[in-house]
Design a protein around this ligand. Structure first.
Ligand SMILES: [Zn+2]
Ligand SMILES: [Zn+2]
Ligand SMILES: [Zn+2]
Ligand SMILES: [Zn+2]
Ligand SMILES: [Zn+2]
Ligand SMILES: [Zn+2]
Length: 388
């Protein structure tokens, strides 16, 4: 935006030009004398006064439209950067001196806060239209980096967590220098402290972070009651519950990766069932679940804990009834299917929907397979299918 300058200077002093011919000199002198007389006359008749200082004009004066300004005012006062007219009072707009008239009537106004602005930014709003905004309103409209708080007027990134549905907006620097939350995949500041086992947990997930055995026990009994009261999947045994860190869990998963438990892909929890096979006098073998143990990652956001607990307890329910080897797609798909229903019962719909979208060959695929089956055969039909 360029300021518009207009100034017309009227000089009254005349220098005689000795090089001119007498005739021209006489003519010009005559003409100028007429002008001086005319101006002097009008000045004295109206007692022409400077529109700034109010003093009667003597000598040079300056004319801007219908404003008359004395030479002293013109030389001592600042001029408006938009209209170029000298001024006594002015507004400082982003370091630019602007007269009250231009400030109130000519400057562009921010479309959000209505403040007159010298420099404006074009911002494309959600309505698809371009809006002229001041720097403040632009920053507010663009948002701030969730990690460092800087305004996102430069290159920025938006990350959406599948599991929570939450969206994080980050500046380019933070995007490239941060860590990823173990649970929701949003970003964690570069200088954040990880857990001892290296897991980074974002501030949002930390809000509901469970760390005590008693917290997890509570979740277990909540899930237990949904199993028993809402889903009719009452467990006949009470699995033990142990909190472990990530390396310990990985070790346990590896150690228990038998032919019966091939998937081993749970990275947040594990159910281990110990079975007892007895042979009676007639040589008939009977398999019975003797002991069930749930291992769950320590430090877990509440909603995730409900999901993982429901998943592991579903394994427990399954192991009470099925003793033959089954396809991991069905075993893990079933655990996810039960967890899905528990999440729905608990009103954790975003997380429930997100687990149906997991792109892996076992968990997501198995869950979708059983959800489709449920549409055709109903809840009971799925239970019959997985336990047959
Ligand atoms: Zn003046
Ligand atoms: Zn002005
Ligand atoms: Zn504004
Ligand atoms: Zn940042
Ligand atoms: Zn998180
Ligand atoms: Zn599992």
């Amino acid at each position: 935006m360029k300021p518009i300058k207009s100034e017309i200077k009227y000089r009254l002093k005349i220098k005689a030009d000795t090089l001119h011919t007498l005739l021209i000199l006489l003519f010009i002198t005559g003409l100028i004398l007429t002008m001086i007389t005319a101006v002097s006359k009008s000045a004295s008749a109206q007692s022409m006064q400077c529109s700034i200082c109010g003093k009667t004009i003597r000598g040079d004066y300056w004319k801007y439209g219908d404003k008359v300004i004395c030479n002293q005012c013109k030389n001592s006062l600042p001029t408006c950067e938009m209209c170029g007219i000298p001024m006594k009072k002015f507004y400082d707009v982003e370091g630019h001196k602007i007269c009250p008239d231009c400030y109130n009537n000519k400057l562009t106004r921010c479309e959000k806060c209505n403040t007159p602005i010298y420099t404006y930014w074009n911002w494309e709003g959600p309505d698809g239209k371009t809006h002229k905004l001041c720097k403040n309103c632009l920053e507010k409209a663009m948002g701030y980096c969730e990690l460092c708080g800087k305004s996102l007027t430069g290159k920025s990134w938006t990350v959406t967590s599948d599991s929570t549905g939450r969206t994080g907006k980050y500046c380019d620097y933070c995007k490239n220098h941060s860590h990823t939350c173990f649970y929701c995949s949003l970003l964690v500041p570069w200088n954040a402290q990880p857990l001892k086992d290296g897991r980074y947990i974002c501030s949002y997930c930390r809000q509901t972070l469970l760390s005590q055995q008693s917290d997890f026990k509570k979740i277990k009994s909540e899930v237990n009651s949904v199993f028993a009261n809402e889903l009719n999947l009452k467990l006949n045994h009470n699995p033990s519950l142990s909190l472990v860190d990530l390396p310990k869990l990985k070790k346990l998963v590896k150690a228990n990766q038998t032919s019966e438990n091939q998937s081993g892909g749970d990275n947040m929890g594990l159910y281990v069932g110990t079975k007892l096979i007895t042979t009676d006098s007639k040589g008939k073998k009977t398999t019975k679940l003797q002991q069930g143990d749930i291992y769950i990652l320590n430090y877990m956001p509440r909603d995730v804990a409900v999901w993982v607990m429901a998943h592991e307890m579903a394994h427990g329910w399954y192991e009470e009834r099925v003793f033959t080897h089954k396809d991991p797609l069905i075993v893990e798909g079933f655990a996810e299917w039960v967890a899905y229903h528990v999440l729905k019962q608990k009103g954790l719909n975003t997380l429930a929907e997100s687990i149906t979208k997991r792109e892996d060959e076992v968990y997501g695929k198995g869950l979708r397979f059983l959800l489709n089956m449920e549409k055709e055969r109903g809840f009971k039909g799925v239970l019959d299918y997985v336990t047959r």
